[in-house]
Design a protein around this ligand. Structure first.
Ligand SMILES: [Zn+2]
Length: 420
């Protein structure tokens, strides 16, 4: 169906192919009084209203008046852990009392409690939970989601998580791209035998993941006490050989070599990067790896330090932002909240932050040619927000300003009666 949105201020992010770096991140491609013509799930014309109305199909389209409000590309959340069985409310309360991660883990909390719950849950329950959460993301303007496994940590449970994602994705308008994060943590039954666990993932789980087409990407948690760069490399290279794109949790707690590994393997993104150093940044830039920052987890954990976004942008590495949605360290599905945290705590400009959840986040998922911009030929993923100025999105922190959400040209959420 042909649809025409008129009377919208567009933040198009239009421009050349490729992720935006440095000063390019501050260019929104803003068009006041713009219009977008959609057909067949794609944008066929966009820009100044007078120009779009000249398109031969404009007169045949269903017309929607945006009332002078802001239209953005649908947000791309490029780092989440949204498949889990239970929230970690107990951990949250204990942390508020000043307990450390080790103390919480000793009381039965932490990631091991998420693993226990996922192992005990049915695939149907996990799929239903993700399906319901998918609505929450959509309501906040996220139209594309990367989703990681990694709370199963045994062959059956990891596959169960990935199959649950497939089932939820089939019924949800949210586009869900699955990531095989078998190397998230070493399960208790493999304590002290990390090499054996990595070999198990590669020999028993990866072949099924590849055969059933269960994942688009692979990810590993490269960190002291988790997976060394050598172990992560062994796992990621095998996944790459099976056709998966790569991403990596790198330099979060300690600087242990994950960023250099991501650069060497040609990963799409290196994520967290709290402890990244200048030579890491040079390698990421040279290899075209997107730095994906997830300051929501620092915020929720009450940390005073945040990833060095300014230093990363100034080094010319393209920055993406994501929620890191997960039950332990960031139960936040609203990327608008992450924009606020990025501006207030990492000193990104509002424009840089918006670039980081649209065009750059799309590139972090290898989707830069189809997602994250308002331009002819792009997928018609659009969000109408109840504001006039893009800077309002991070400014009104805690609010959800999304009004109407289009996915592939279809209205998948709206808080108001649409006036066509
Ligand atoms: Zn993560």
């Amino acid at each position: 169906m042909k649809q025409l949105i008129v009377n919208a201020d567009l933040a198009t992010f239009s421009g050349p192919e490729g992720p935006r770096a440095g000063a390019e991140m501050r260019s929104l491609g803003l068009i006041r009084g713009g219009a977008v013509l959609m057909d067949g799930g794609k944008i066929v014309s966009s820009g100044l209203k007078e120009l779009v109305l000249k398109h031969p199909d404009a007169g045949k389209a269903r017309l929607l008046d945006a009332g002078g409000r802001l239209l953005l590309p649908g947000f791309v959340d490029c780092h989440t852990h949204p498949v889990f069985a239970e929230p970690r409310l107990r951990d949250y309360g204990l942390r508020a009392q000043g307990k450390t991660y080790e103390e919480i883990a000793a009381e039965g909390g932490g990631i091991v409690s998420s693993v226990r719950a996922v192992r005990g849950a049915s695939q149907e329950d996990l799929a239903r939970g993700l399906f319901e959460r998918a609505r929450r993301f959509l309501e906040c303007g996220t139209t594309t989601l990367e989703a990681k496994s990694g709370y199963g940590l045994d062959p059956d449970s990891e596959l169960k998580m990935l199959r649950a994602m497939k089932a939820a994705a089939a019924g949800s308008p949210l586009e869900i791209l699955p990531t095989f994060l078998g190397a998230h943590a070493v399960p208790p039954e493999y304590a002290g035998r990390t090499d054996d666990y990595v070999r198990l993932l590669v020999s028993e789980v990866l072949p099924v993941v590849a055969r059933e087409g269960l994942a688009r990407f692979a990810d590993a948690f490269c960190e002291e006490g988790y997976f060394s760069p050598e172990q992560a490399e062994f796992y990621l290279k095998a996944c790459q050989g099976a056709g998966l794109g790569l991403r990596l949790h790198a330099e979060q707690f300690t600087r242990c070599g994950g960023a250099l590994l991501a650069a060497r393997l040609g990963a799409l993104s290196a994520d967290h990067l709290d402890r990244v150093e200048d030579n890491d940044l040079a390698a990421l830039k040279a290899a075209g790896v997107v730095a994906c920052l997830v300051p929501g987890s620092n915020h929720f954990l009450g940390l005073s330090e945040f990833p060095p976004a300014r230093r990363i942008i100034d080094a010319g590495v393209p920055v993406a932002l994501a929620t890191d949605f997960n039950p332990g360290t960031c139960p936040c599905w609203n990327l608008q909240e992450i924009l606020s945290i990025a501006v207030s705590r990492m000193r990104m400009t509002p424009e840089e932050a918006l670039c980081a959840v649209t065009v750059n986040a799309a590139h972090a998922l290898g989707l830069g040619k189809t997602h994250g911009r308002i331009q002819p030929g792009m997928q018609a993923d659009l969000v109408l927000f109840d504001c006039q100025d893009p800077r309002e999105l991070p400014y009104w922190f805690g609010a959800n300003l999304a009004v109407t959400v289009f996915k592939r040209g279809n209205v998948v959420h709206s808080t108001e009666e649409l006036r066509f």
